[in-house]
Design a protein around this ligand. Structure first.
Ligand code: ZN
Length: 126
């Protein structure tokens, strides 16, 4: 057994400096926040994205999708973005992805689920 290898794995397993920024109520909210962070050039990671998979074989848990910032120094800036998001008037406007049918915020250009381009469905607007 190589001691250095063990040490290496032990160290990389540690969630060193990542911080949880936001617990979303649903995956779409998580992706809205992720999108805002991305525009602010803040690297972030989404966890528990399969917590609400709806496959039926996974018992419901209270695990919500979580957005974590990768770098510690982004945390304060990220918090302000989340606060800004939470104080924004929540729009109920969503568009359905023409490819996979998943709902996306109207300002998204790519589906967060499948990554395909979203087209505004003109039949929904008078
Ligand atoms: Zn899609």
């Amino acid at each position: 057994m190589n001691e250095n290898a063990v040490k290496f794995f032990a160290e990389t397993d540690l969630p060193r400096i990542m911080k949880k920024l936001y617990s979303a109520n649903n995956l779409m909210e998580a992706h809205i926040v992720l999108d805002m962070l991305e525009h602010a050039l803040i690297p972030a990671q989404l966890f528990n994205q399969h917590a609400q998979g709806g496959m039926g074989d996974i018992p419901f848990t209270h695990a919500y999708p979580e957005v974590w910032v990768i770098r510690d120094e982004d945390y304060e800036r990220g918090r302000r973005i989340v606060q800004h998001y939470e104080t924004m008037p929540q729009s109920n406007q969503v568009i359905s992805c023409p490819t996979c049918g998943e709902e996306n915020p109207v300002n998204f250009q790519l589906c967060w689920q499948c990554g395909n381009g979203l087209e505004k469905i003109s039949s929904q607007t008078p």
